[in-house]
Design a binder for this molecule. Structure first.
Ligand code: FEO
Length: 405
């Protein structure tokens, strides 16, 4: 458990979380996640972002600090870029070990320090352009970056090393092991982390895409040499790579999405699935790639990632008790919350005794502003005419996806 040196007197600390717990209490992390903190030393010492008491993270943090000769009690400043408890949950315990450290955050962040942790002393509210002189020629600067990920967020900038401490922005799921820098991972590993970055973005940041773009514009004037987020790897070889990745994701809000189709389906006795197979044949005939997600078997976290990047979407489900197949209603509510809007969409499904899914679906997708092909519904098992319609609907969806701007 050693700290990683980013530059002279700048260190990265990280605790890998490998747990069956859900991130934010919602999202599965089968490949773990890292909680990163940073230390910057001048004549005085600043710790940037903390951890929560999760999988022994505080102990790891203390050991990594000790590896560079720093004791928790020796921290002069605790900078909290973001108050979500994955980065602050251990604050009360930290305070007991170090009653003297000044805690710095935005004004909204300071309010959260008070409301979450009941700390009232030694707090300093920051605004964009404020600086902190650590002595020895090391001055940290702060820039508010609201809503990346919550309203109180800011980033911290160390001009001397060119390091941007960006907290949730430019982060990813995935534990890191005994490496932390982008140049320590193979391209194969990068491909894995790219998937986990997209899923992290779609789960955590997607609601705030506009703010991501705004934050990147705000930071454009900085000569960034290192991007140091609070989850995932530290980018010292190619920091542009993660910035461009985030800008691509934020751009999906406005179009330019991948020419792919995210297929979300549920079936009670196989009739909807049989119809879906014809749709898939039609999509395949047009050569458009698709991903398949069955509900409720698969967690919506993974559905969000594929839906977020894909231009096309298929929703296939039966009627259940006069309404939609229930797990699909949950998926649609998440797609709405995460701004998966403007997609080219097709809905299909069977009904047994009486219909009703279509009515609820049509109401739920109003805020999504999807460009919908005509829904295909049928009673019981689909007959030859319906199967033909399903095949043609799949082809038409794929054609529209290919020609989307
Ligand atoms: Fe990593 Fe929004 O907390």
């Amino acid at each position: 458990m050693k700290a990683f040196q980013i530059a002279d007197s700048v260190y990265a600390l990280h605790a890998d979380i490998d747990s069956a717990d859900l991130f934010e209490g919602i999202w599965p992390i089968p490949h773990g996640v890292s909680l990163n903190s940073y230390v910057v030393k001048g004549e005085r010492t600043a710790l940037i972002d903390l951890v929560r008491d999760w999988c022994g993270a505080p102990k790891v943090l203390a050991a990594e600090l000790a590896s560079v000769g720093i004791d928790l009690a020796g921290i002069d400043y605790l900078i909290l870029n973001h108050l979500e408890p994955d980065h602050t949950g251990w604050l009360a315990e930290f305070r007991k070990l170090n009653p003297k450290a000044e805690i710095l955050a935005t004004a909204k962040g300071i309010e959260l320090v008070k409301s979450f942790y009941k700390e009232t002393e030694g707090l300093r509210a920051l605004k964009s352009g404020d600086t902190l002189d650590l002595g020895g020629g090391r001055i940290l600067a702060f820039e508010e970056a609201p809503n990346v990920h919550w309203p109180e967020t800011m980033v911290t900038w160390d001009a001397k090393s060119g390091t941007l401490f960006s907290c949730d922005a430019f982060g990813s799921y995935g534990k890191l092991g005994d490496r932390i820098f982008d140049d320590q991972f193979t391209e194969e590993e990068h491909a894995f982390f790219e998937k986990e970055t997209l899923r992290y973005y779609a789960n955590i940041v997607a609601s705030f895409g506009v703010f991501v773009k705004r934050a990147v514009q705000k930071l454009a004037g900085l000569d960034i040499k290192v991007i140091a987020p609070s989850h995932g790897m530290v980018w010292r070889k190619d920091p542009k790579r993660i910035v461009e990745r985030y800008l691509t994701y934020a751009g999906y809000l406005d179009g330019g999405r991948e020419k792919e189709i995210c297929v979300v389906w549920g079936s009670m006795y196989g009739n909807t699935k049989k119809g879906l197979d014809e749709v898939l044949r039609g999509i395949e005939a047009e050569g458009v790639p698709y991903t398949l997600h069955r509900v409720p078997n698969e967690d919506p976290s993974f559905i969000l990632a594929d839906a977020y990047k894909s231009e096309g979407i298929v929703i296939a489900m039966p009627t259940y008790e006069y309404r939609m197949f229930p797990p699909m209603a949950y998926v649609l509510s998440l797609l709405e919350r995460k701004h998966v809007k403007g997609r080219t969409a097709l809905r299909i499904g069977s009904w047994g005794w009486v219909g009703g899914a279509k009515k609820e679906y049509d109401e739920l997708i109003v805020p999504l502003k999807w460009n919908c092909l005509e829904s295909v519904e049928w009673a019981g098992g689909a007959g030859p005419e319906t199967m033909k319609t399903l095949y043609e609907s799949g082809r038409e969806l794929a054609r529209r996806v290919k020609s989307a701007p």
